[in-house]
Design a binder for this molecule. Structure first.
Ligand SMILES: C[S@@+](CC[C@H](N)C(=O)[O-])C[C@H]1O[C@@H](n2cnc3c(N)ncnc32)[C@H](O)[C@@H]1O
Length: 235
């Protein structure tokens, strides 16, 4: 299963299929059970991904076109530069590709299970378990920042905030890459049953410009996932 199948069950236009209702109900039941079981624990800030981490990781294969977009973006960064992966999951396959290319990757994810998987896979790589909205990594600067499959999981104001914070954490000439649909739309995440939403290309362009970055490209992979690539001007 590729990224689009996992993330995009769009409730408009009929381009993406809605999942069978029993799959959605099961996902919602899982999420509710998880929340009930953890009622004495801190709130889940992973937008439901902690509850479904195992299944997500089993299904997350990645596609050659997705990897090609991330690798091509990385060629715009200094060789061996620092890259922050926001909502990194287990780091497979995207952080893995960047690490293999020699980048100094740091990662953040709000799901403890995802972070544990990341640590098992990349024991020497710095990873923090915290919500992107409050990540301490944003006190530092990086040559690149990417957020694949994350932005549209967040409430609209958090989407704006996280994009702004990723932009602010870039060094001069640093690069940003994130994925979100072009269309303004909302849909139920196939695994978590929680509502995802896209603010649409016009609004993402405005947020990018308002964060002091230039939009330098938009890309679409074979699964019809849309990517925004932006760059910080020289200092
Ligand atoms: C759809 S997965 C994508 C993971 C990875 N980027 C990939 O491409 O495989 C979304 C990830 O974002 C994480 N996540 C969700 N909400 C988050 C938040 N508020 N802060 C940080 N990570 C979050 C989830 O735990 C999950 O690992």
């Amino acid at each position: 299963m590729v990224l689009a199948d996992l993330f995009k069950i769009c409730a408009y236009g009929g381009r993406w299929r809605r999942p069978n209702s029993h799959i959605l109900s099961a996902a919602r039941r899982n999420a509710r059970k998880f929340q009930r079981g953890r009622s004495s624990l801190p709130e889940d800030t992973s937008n439901g991904y902690e509850a479904v981490a195992e299944e997500f990781l089993r299904r997350r294969l990645g596609s050659p076109s997705e990897l090609a977009i991330v690798r091509e973006w990385a060629t715009s960064l200094p060789r061996g530069g620092s890259v922050l992966d926001v909502g990194a999951g287990s780091g497979e396959p995207l952080a893995a590709a960047l690490i293999a290319e020699g980048f100094d990757v740091s990662a953040v994810d709000a799901s403890p299970a995802m972070v544990a998987a990341f640590q098992r896979r990349f024991p020497g790589v710095e990873v923090a378990c915290e919500p992107a909205e409050r990540s301490r990594f944003f006190d530092r600067t990086f040559d690149g920042a990417l957020a694949i499959g994350l932005v549209f999981l967040l409430p609209a104001e958090s989407q704006r905030e996280v994009i702004r914070r990723m932009a602010a954490a870039l060094k001069p000439e640093g690069g940003l890459l994130f994925s979100a649909p072009r269309q303004v739309c909302a849909w139920d995440d196939l695994l978590t049953g929680q509502t995802s939403s896209s603010l649409g290309a016009d609004e993402y362009r405005r947020i990018i410009a308002g964060s002091g970055l230039h939009l330098v490209g938009q890309h679409v992979d074979a699964g019809e996932n849309h990517y925004y690539e932006a760059c910080k001007p020289p200092g």
